[in-house]
Design a protein around this ligand. Structure first.
Ligand code: PMP
Length: 284
């Protein structure tokens, strides 16, 4: 059975979901996106994702394709039509169609596309086994804080990881880890302090990162927001990643070196559990 997809106000079968070849999202990656996870049929941290959507739109001078209330009701309807209990909802806002020209059109009508994906979020094998990462150079542009669909560098990073037999890539710039190919990166040092890169133009301000850091602070776990090196990560007690569709996944090896005892660490494991409890509470 085919999925129902949302395209500019209409719910259509996925084979009929089409946009113009002149859409600037297609021609210039002139579009932004958000992914919210779904557990028990409920959107997780969706408010934060919509807030970041507006930030991305503002940074690019793009009008919102619909009001938040209309976006949320379309999301809820899409979940219902696809009977999605566990997985993700992808949302993309594009500048819309215009004659191909580098200059940004002032009068284009923004577009909105959404679709669902079923995923095993609660108990994927990565939670029990941890993931392996390899370091790769960060070859992205300088506004990584904007969540655009210009994702080729991240795709290439992820493919390099797969080619090396690893699960994911951590991108490195000037000797410091920026973030994972589609997630934020954390280490726990020998003293038990959590270290993750500070926000700035160099990384995406992860919604899950922010929720997890709020838990870290309320738990009085020591935290330092600063860049760290791959060498520091290799001698860390623990390492982990956060993102909407992984929540918290332990990282158990970096460039072939085991982290700690090579097993998922207690801090990452606990943060995952507490994040899930709190996020489900928020969505109810
Ligand atoms: N960094 C990058 C580069 C990402 O692509 C993502 C996920 N899209 C994240 C971090 C995590 O963000 P979030 O927690 O909002 O999913």
């Amino acid at each position: 059975m085919s999925r129902t997809v949302y395209v500019n106000g209409e719910f259509v079968a996925e084979e009929n979901a089409k946009i113009s070849v002149f859409d600037r999202g297609f021609l210039f990656a002139d579009s932004v996106y958000e992914v919210s996870s779904v557990l028990d049929g409920q959107l997780i941290d969706n408010e934060g994702h919509l807030k970041r959507l507006h930030r991305s739109l503002t940074e690019l001078g793009m009008r919102a394709p619909a009001s938040d209330a209309d976006i949320v009701s379309a999301q809820v309807e899409l979940l219902k039509r696809n009977n999605l209990q566990e997985g993700a909802i992808y949302l993309q806002a594009t500048r819309g169609t215009a004659e191909r020209d580098f200059a940004i059109p002032k009068d284009s009508t923004p577009g909105l596309v959404m679709f669902t994906q079923e995923k095993n979020l609660r108990n994927p094998p990565q939670v029990k086994n941890g993931i392996s990462v390899v370091s790769v150079p960060d070859i992205r542009w300088k506004r990584r804080d904007i969540k655009t669909t210009g994702l080729l560098a991240q795709s290439m990073a992820k493919q390099s990881a797969a080619d090396a037999g690893a699960d994911d890539a951590w991108m490195v710039e000037e000797g410091y880890v920026t973030e994972g190919s589609s997630n934020n990166a954390f280490i726990v040092d020998a003293s038990g302090k959590i270290i993750t890169r500070h926000l700035g133009n160099e990384i995406l301000p992860g919604i899950t990162r922010s929720a997890v850091l709020a838990l870290v602070k309320s738990d009085n776990i020591a935290l330092e927001e600063r860049p760290f090196t791959v060498a520091e990560a290799k001698v860390a007690q623990e390492a982990f990643i956060t993102s909407a569709t992984t929540f918290v996944w332990p990282v158990t090896s970096i460039d072939g070196t085991s982290i700690g005892d090579g097993k998922p660490g207690p801090i990452a494991t606990r943060l995952r559990e507490v994040y899930l409890q709190t996020a489900l509470g928020r969505s109810a």
